[in-house]
Design a binder for this molecule. Structure first.
Ligand SMILES: CC(C)(COP(=O)(O)OP(=O)(O)OC[C@H]1O[C@@H](n2cnc3c(N)ncnc32)[C@H](O)[C@@H]1OP(=O)(O)O)[C@@H](O)C(=O)NCCC(=O)NCCS
Length: 174
């Protein structure tokens, strides 16, 4: 499943081999890594980028897309499909290169991705656990319509410390 969406601020499209250098450039950043799961490597090498670009295009029913401006990848957005009884729940995530923060890009990308995912039959629920120290991501989700469901105390061990995460969710037709 691929989404090719031209938004006012960016395009969501499949990852391409040609994105490797841009992916390393934007992803190799501690401030990005610190707000993501440890599946996201740090430092972020060319080999990591090559692996990701191949993996992202074979992940169905999960969806992983590049966020691009003027054809160049500046970040990523994705939905990981759950399994078993959670198979209609998608874990929603996104990141941008730090030079592009604060311009409404993540909000535009997240709004388009969520609308696309909930227009199909697979996802009934999209959920995004956000580290308690990440208010800008909470704001992105709130602007898109996600609802704050609660705080999961000390559910995360990241960057050498325990922290709370805040669960946000968007339910189809709610
Ligand atoms: C989180 C992230 C995706 C936000 O991207 P972005 O394009 O800067 O987000 P937007 O510009 O669309 O919206 C950010 C909002 O947060 C607000 N914000 C920024 N810093 C804030 C803070 N410290 N406290 C509260 N709100 C804050 C902005 O004012 C804006 O809200 P507004 O439009 O109402 O003014 C980006 O910072 C990033 O990639 N971070 C690293 C990875 C990450 O955190 N991913 C999400 C994991 S859950």
């Amino acid at each position: 499943m691929l989404l090719h969406t031209n938004l006012p601020k960016c395009t969501l499209r499949s990852w391409k081999k040609e994105d490797k250098a841009d992916l390393v450039h934007h992803a190799n950043n501690r401030h990005v890594w610190r707000n993501l799961t440890d599946v996201f490597p740090h430092p972020y090498t060319e080999a990591d980028a090559e692996f990701w670009i191949t993996f992202a295009n074979k992940a169905a029913p999960s969806i992983h897309l590049a966020i691009a401006i003027d054809g160049k990848a500046i970040g990523g957005i994705g939905i990981i499909a759950g399994e078993d009884i959670a198979r209609h729940t998608g874990k929603f995530g996104y990141w941008l290169g730090e030079a592009h923060w604060g311009k409404g890009i993540a909000t535009a990308a997240a709004r388009a991705m969520a609308a696309h995912a909930l227009s199909g039959s697979l996802f009934e629920r999209l959920e995004a656990p956000v580290f308690a120290w990440n208010p800008s991501s909470m704001r992105v989700l709130e602007k898109v319509g996600f609802v704050r469901e609660g705080v999961m105390k000390r559910s995360v061990f990241k960057d050498g410390q325990f922290t709370d995460s805040v669960m946000y969710a968007l339910i189809k037709n709610a």
